[in-house]
Every structure is written in structure tokens, then in C-alpha cells.
Design a protein around this ligand. Sequence first.
Ligand SMILES: [Zn+2]
Length: 207
Amino acid sequence: MAKLADARDSKSRAPEGVCGFDSHPRHPMTTALRILGHLLRGQTRLWLLYTNVNWRTCEGCLAWHGRIVARPDDFPPHNGCPHEARPFPVWKLGEYRELSARMADRAGAELRRRALLREARSLLPTDPERALALLDEAGAVNVYLPEVEALARDPSLSDSALRARVRAVLLSRWKAKFAHDRYERQPELARTEQERWGVRRIEELLA
Ligand SMILES: [Zn+2]
């Protein structure tokens, strides 16, 4: 949680030219004044920054997901994490600030998921019930197979009863992930195959 708070703080200390997150994105007067301010400075385009919100992207880059900046190269250069700046016209700032807030929420959820997973792993040997509850909570945000691979190697899971319960939690969250609407844009066959492949993999890793 501390990391997330840090990310929010760094937003409020945004460098010159960055649209701050200090006021409510739906406030029409604020947005209108901001648009006017940009236009008066001759700025007709702004950029929305994207990174991949998944287990692989570093926390520093996730903190930039959804930020609105005045220059496309305002994203700090980082080796390894893919990112992109997409332009939009200044007068669409209102709708882009709403999008920006939703994107920041998603990045925040990914950071919380990681914290929950770390805590779950640290509690596996001493408080397995709590660890299972936290795994379930993390799994509600997302389940990533490379992390399941790492979890399967955890010495605490040499206990076969605990291993079976962890497997059940992860399988249920994995299946729920594919029922979620953001996967519905994928062709049905690809989605089903990906889901089945993951089910087999989780069963095999935590057998
Ligand atoms: Zn990065």
C-alpha cells in the first residue's frame, strides 16, 4: 500500500506542463479552464501515457500508466517495460481525464495485487488460512501463470493438503478471469483454449 501512496504523491509533484490530478476529473469548469490554459499556451495536443498493466511491468512504470503529459517524451526512459504515448486533441481533455483516472485505478489494483500476493506467500508457513484468503483476494484482480510457477516451488506447499487448497483457489480465480468482460473481445475459440491451457498448467504445477 505504501508503494501506491508514493505513486499518488509523485503525481501531485508532477513536473511543469503535466496536467495534475489535484481536482476531480468530472468537474466541467476545471476542465474548461485547463483546456483554455493549454490553448492560450499554443498547446493543441496532449499525450496519454500507456504501459502494460500486468505482472511484468515495474512499479515505476505502472505509476505513469494513465498520466496526461504535454510532451510525448515526458515518460521517463526505462529499459524493458514497453510504453506508449498516444496524442489527443486538447479539447477532449474532459473525457481523457476520466479515462486517465480509470487507468490509474487499474495500475493501482495491480500494485495492490502484488502486495497481497507477497503477503500471502510470507504467511503460508505460519497462517495458511489467512494466506489462502489473501491469495483469493489477489486472484480476484488477476492470475498470472509465471507467478503460479514461482508459487508452486514454495517449500510451504510441500504439504499436499495445503497444495490442493491453493490449487483450488487459483483454478477458480483463473476461470473467473476468462468470464470477465475484458476478455470477451477475444475470439471465443482463442479464449477457451487459453483458459483450458491455464487450467492444465495450474493442475500440473500444483499437482
Ligand atoms: Zn519499468
